[in-house]
Write a protein that binds this ligand. Structure first.
Ligand code: MG
Length: 270
């Protein structure tokens, strides 16, 4: 059920992951008042071109409806995920989620970050802390012989420990490899019952999505943008994470997750 990757394949996914990390770093650095979301997308496009990588977002979903027209999903404030970059001008205090991916030699990377433009409200900074903490809490539970539901449970517990937040149920993390979305789903809340077992060679996109209000979402008419039903702001934190024979390797973090994983860190290569 879960596609297991060889060491060679994980090393190729690391190359894609580093392009994703570089793109997200450049795009989040470009976020400021007065810039349009299309301009942020162009920064990501430029990184892909410079690194000889292709986009797994551009043209996505053509078989279901409107193909996604950009290399990043950029979602502002009550837009939670899948926002389409365009003429929207960012303003001071906006909460901006950027979800970005890259393909290198057929292998995919996928990650997301949320930042605030200029002067941030404390509640928005707290929201971003919650979603980032939840990502790391879930990732630490990705263990050989463990289950995907261990990750889901840890994410939900981490969010609940911070207070009342909406945990999106309509969207989940996912397996990733020679396609962006693969089995298994990785929900951000505990689901009872059977759950796939994790083994070395498993690679997952772990991605909690949290709001300051409801978990209920609404799809906009553009065919992509997902907003919160109550208008509350959301945050999204995602990385592509491999379980190697040595431990965890966060493929879309520049340091592979070393600084936050401690003994669990287990990269491949020298
Ligand atoms: Mg994803």
């Amino acid at each position: 059920m879960i596609q297991l990757k060889s060491a060679e394949q994980i090393l190729l996914m690391r190359r894609a992951g580093l392009v994703v990390a570089e793109g997200l770093e450049a795009m989040t650095a470009a976020v400021r008042a007065g810039v349009t979301t299309a301009e942020i997308d162009a920064v990501g496009r430029e990184v892909l071109a410079r690194r000889g990588a292709t986009s797994n977002f551009l043209g996505y979903g053509a078989e279901y409806g409107t193909p996604f027209p950009a290399v990043a999903c950029i979602s502002v404030n009550e837009e939670l995920v899948h926002g389409i970059p365009g003429p929207r001008v960012l303003a001071d205090g906006d909460v901006v989620s950027i979800d970005f991916g890259a393909v290198v030699e057929g292998w995919h990377g996928d990650a997301a970050r949320t930042v605030v433009v200029g002067q941030a409200a404390q509640e928005d900074l707290d929201l971003i802390d919650v979603v980032r903490d939840a990502f790391w809490a879930g990732t630490r539970r990705m263990r050989a012989g463990g289950k995907v539901s261990d990750i889901s449970k840890a994410i939900e517990q981490a969010i609940r420990a911070h207070g009342r937040y909406g945990v999106l149920r309509d969207f989940t993390g996912h397996g990733i490899g020679d396609a962006m979305h693969m089995a298994p789903d990785v929900p951000n809340y505990h689901v009872r019952g059977r759950s796939p077992v994790i083994e070395p060679g498993t690679v997952l996109a772990i991605e909690p999505m949290v709001t300051r209000g409801t978990h209920r979402t609404l799809d906009l008419d553009d065919g992509w943008t997902v907003v919160s039903r109550d208008g509350s702001r959301g945050a999204h934190w995602e990385n592509t994470v491999a379980l190697t024979e040595r431990g965890l390797w966060v493929l879309t973090e520049p340091d592979g997750g070393q600084s936050l994983l401690g003994d669990l860190f287990g990269p491949l290569g020298d």
